[in-house]
Design a protein around this ligand. Sequence first.
Ligand code: R1P
Ligand code: URA
Length: 296
Amino acid sequence: MPAEQMTSANKPLSADGRTYHVEVREGEVANRIVTVGDAKRARTLAQHLDRVLFERESHRGFVTITGVYRGLPVSIVAIGMGPPMVDFFVRETRMVVRGPMSIVRFGSCGSICDATTGDVIVATGAFAITRNFKFFSKEADRPYILWPAVASDPQLTRAVTANLARPLGAAHVYSGLVGNADSFYSSQGRTGSDFYDANGDLIDTVHATYSDAVALEMECHMLLHLAQTSTGADGTSPASIRAACALMVFADRAGNSFISPETSERMVQAGARAVLDALVEEMPSQDGLHPAAGSV
Ligand code: R1P
Ligand code: URA
């Protein structure tokens, strides 16, 4: 999409109304969204839709698939990795969807609790962990900053938990606070000698700060933060976005194991209907509040 076709520097849209990075326009994204990191996971989830109505891969790698699930419009959006990609995704879909939105992240994580590969962790909330650049310039004492936690939407979270417990068994569904790190490596406490990361005690610090911390990954906090700060139709409150996060355990940090491709594929298949069911059960109607969802 060449820059000369964009309409505004503040909110760039193409001549045909598509957002600059995600490349979606009104009517192409539903009010109910499952977001994942991996485009392959998005396509596996899409196999569970009754019908696919729209699919687009943007020049920045966002994949949006919109279809019908149990009679209601649902979108599945693959965003890649990290907080900036969440920011592009949430802000640009918000630009083109009218009315309230419900977003469930179906991601992966490293477990820092008893949950192991094959289990799922549902976030009660999430906090950010960022590298403290001042420390590495000798201007601060702490190498990492742990930010305050933001809560997940309680109803959507309950629905996600209950629906996941059916295929997986309740004993395989854990819950707690999730740390959203700005690196897979340094700020998740993965140690090594290629860089000076000062992170040998980071996971202990996470547990000391948040006794209910259960997982580390890279998107939940930004999603919950943007939901928390989303504004209603009048530009104020209440928030227009509700969000929840379910994370498949890919890395068991205590047991030092990583999931096999076969187990991860099985987990995506097992969880797909659960997250889609939670979304449609928690936003069941097209009662005029969601005109964009009705038009896809
Ligand atoms: C790292 O491998 C990626 O996997 C996790 C992390 O949050 C990070 O994005 O999420 P997804 O499986 O949703 O991509
Ligand atoms: N995703 C992460 O961000 N960390 C892990 O350890 C596994 C998946």
